[in-house]
Design a binder for this molecule. Structure first.
Ligand code: AP5
Length: 216
């Protein structure tokens, strides 16, 4: 499955719950790249500037890390891709890579979300520096201010969640990623949910959809 939608649509938040419900791993290119930046690996060093500016990391870099991850044993029974593909070129490469290993996509879940909601969610998002858990200052605050419920780590704001960078991420989404809606519609894989709903409302809608598709 692929989770598709603009920045702040709630893909990562839903993926965390869905991954448990479906029993398949959540593969987020954003998380993989942030980990590489933290480790200061060659990929991280190359990706850092693009990410901080809210631009896409070059296709060849991202395709390489995803292709390598897709061969891991824990993904044999299925996986949920979040944040990939983000360009038509990435989608073509994903198709080719899946075909090679006799796999295929079952569904692309598109989170239709208004730009106002994206900006409000991302400017209020906070993340744990240690374990990466997501919070929101209004919608999902931690029990104790500044401290992660899960691991006690420090809660910070992502560099690319400043209002200016968020605006640029939305421009990049429109320019490079929106085309994937038609791309997957033509393949008969696209299923749409409203990303504007609250966390539980959205989850219930996704669950209903998956039940209808016999995926649960
Ligand atoms: P990435 O980490 O993938 O960022 P994104 O796609 O912009 O998505 P986000 O993680 O920001 O949003 P989300 O939809 O997951 O929302 P979330 O659940 O967190 O990518 C970061 C960067 O890495 C890119 O800009 C790029 O540079 C690079 N990159 C990654 N993949 C790449 C690729 N394939 N190619 C090239 N470059 C790539 O929720 C957001 C907030 O809202 C949270 O605070 C949450 O608590 C709250 N919230 C969530 N759902 C709800 C809800 N339903 N109601 C109310 N609040 C909610």
């Amino acid at each position: 499955m692929v989770l598709l939608g603009p920045p702040g649509a709630g893909k990562g938040t839903q993926a965390e719950v869905l991954s448990k419900e479906l029993g398949i791993p959540h593969v987020s290119t954003g998380d993989m790249l942030r980990e590489a930046v933290k480790k200061e690996s060659p990929v991280g060093k190359e990706a850092k500037g693009y990410m901080n500016r809210g631009e896409l990391v070059p296709d060849d870099v991202v395709i390489k890390i995803v292709s390598s991850r897709l061969t891991d044993d824990d993904l044999k029974k299925g996986f949920m891709l979040d944040g990939f593909p983000r360009t038509v070129n990435q989608a073509d490469k994903l198709d080719a890579s899946l075909e090679k290993s006799d796999k295929r996509l079952d569904m692309v879940l598109f989170f239709k979300t208004s730009p106002e909601v994206s900006v409000e969610r991302l400017s209020g998002r906070r993340v744990c520096k240690k374990c990466g858990k997501n919070y929101h200052v209004k919608n999902m605050p931690p029990k104790k201010e500044g401290i992660c419920n899960a691991c006690g780590g420090e809660i910070i704001q992502r560099k690319d969640d400043s209002v200016e960078t968020v605006k640029n991420r939305l421009v990049v989404y429109e320019k490079d990623t929106r085309a994937l809606i038609d791309y997957y519609k033509k393949k008969g894989l696209l299923r749409e949910v409203s990303g504007d709903l609250d966390v539980d409302g959205l989850f219930q809608n996704i669950k209903k959809l998956l039940e209808k598709e016999n995926a649960l």
